[in-house]
Design a protein around this ligand. Structure first.
Ligand SMILES: [Zn+2]
Length: 319
């Protein structure tokens, strides 16, 4: 149900797991991916050459590389990376190393209490987690087959409502896999229709109408970079390069949909937790910088961000 609360200015955070920035070499599938929305925005592919750090006043856009290693040796990982992004802390340094998949147990209270969601609420704003979750997700958690993601811990800590299949059908949520193809397979009883990526993006941007802060996350790039996309999203070719290109085309469609619907006062932020898809050399994470792409009147608030741990504060400054 739509709230009457009407928001003039919002930040829509599109978090893409495992997207780094590297030069446009033959080793970088992002150089050749079919990403027309990003091309139109950046004047080229999502590669290091376009990340000039300049703020264009006419386009109200900032595109720069930011650090994901957090000064900690080894390959950056999702558990500490997500915590750094959502809570604005150097989670890898606090934990003493990069931790994959899920946040370190010791950092969960901090994440629950200091996330961007909580900060927006504390300021009297409204925040929402745009992803939809089916009953299978909650059952897997209850059965301890998986652990809570950083985003779920942060949203729970802020008391946010989790969107579900009804929200997806109503265009009031987006699936982590963009088109609902994976959601259909995993949650067959939910009767979720497929959605075009641009429509998913438009649905996402529309949530900014009544929320100051909208968060969406997709793990598609990281799965593709590891060569682990589930068959339904994989096309016919199993190679990592083609998996990455399929996924980036989907996400470009989503981004195009967001940009097409976003209101003049809204800002979209796109960033990641560590590199992966930008290098075919090995199917593992990289220590490359990640993209910080901000489009809208709040873009300048991100100009001083140098690492993923600076994103949360910059979002608060943009609002
Ligand atoms: Zn990750």
């Amino acid at each position: 149900m739509r709230s009457k609360h009407h928001v003039i200015m919002s930040v829509v955070f599109v978090f893409l797991d495992g997207v780094g920035l590297a030069p446009a070499t033959h080793d970088n599938p992002l150089a050749a991916a079919a990403t027309p929305a990003l091309h139109a925005l950046l004047g080229g592919p999502l590669t290091l050459e376009q990340a000039t750090q300049r703020i264009s006043s006419t386009q109200r856009m900032l595109f720069k590389p930011i650090d994901a290693t957090l000064g900690v040796p080894g390959l950056p990982q999702s558990g500490t990376g997500h915590t750094a992004l959502l809570a604005g802390v150097n989670a890898a340094a606090l934990h003493g190393r990069h931790q994959p998949h899920f946040p370190p147990v010791a950092l969960r209270p901090l994440l629950a209490e200091q996330s961007i969601f909580r900060q927006v609420l504390a300021r009297g704003g409204r925040a929402t987690f745009a992803n939809a979750f089916g009953p299978g997700y909650w059952q897997a958690l209850a059965a301890r087959r998986i652990r809570k993601s950083a985003s779920v811990i942060a949203a729970e800590g802020a008391g946010l409502r989790f969107r579900d299949g009804n929200d997806l059908r109503d265009g009031q949520a987006v699936s982590w896999d963009v088109t609902n193809a994976a959601m259909q397979l995993r949650e067959p009883d939910m009767n979720i229709p497929l959605v075009h990526p641009a429509e998913a993006g438009a649905n996402l941007a529309a949530l900014a109408t009544d929320h100051e802060f909208v968060f969406y996350e997709s793990f598609l790039p990281d799965l593709a970079g590891h060569g682990r996309l589930t068959p339904e999203a994989r096309n016919d070719t199993p190679g990592i390069e083609s998996q990455v290109q399929v996924v980036m085309a989907l996400l470009d469609g989503l981004i195009g949909g967001v940009l097409g619907v976003l209101r003049p006062g809204d800002t979209v932020l796109i960033t990641s937790d560590h590199g992966n898809v930008e290098s075919l050399a090995e199917p593992v994470h990289t220590r490359n910088p990640v993209p910080l792409l901000a489009v809208g009147p709040g873009a300048a608030a991100f100009a001083q961000v140098e690492a993923i741990s600076g994103i949360a504060q910059a979002i608060m400054n943009a609002l």
